[in-house]
Design a binder for this molecule. Structure first.
Ligand SMILES: [Zn+2]
Length: 66
């Protein structure tokens, strides 16, 4: 069993572990091949959140490899 296998949403890059569907955009298309991440605490006042196009706090991958 793989422990703590995090995966990133291909659409919005939100990083999750257990979820079947992305809590941010509702997609179920994930990749485990991602590098780096940012944690967004306050999306309304975050330039990074605007760039990523998210309105939710959370952890977001910076790069998806595949
Ligand atoms: Zn998503």
């Amino acid at each position: 069993m793989l422990m703590g296998k995090e995966k990133a949403c291909r659409k919005c890059r939100m990083v999750v572990e257990e979820e079947e569907k992305c809590p941010n955009c509702g997609e179920s298309n994930f990749t485990t091949f991602w590098r780096g991440y940012v944690v967004i605490v306050d999306p309304e006042n975050s330039e990074i959140a605007k760039k990523l196009g998210t309105t939710r706090p959370g952890k977001f991958a910076l790069r998806l490899s595949r």
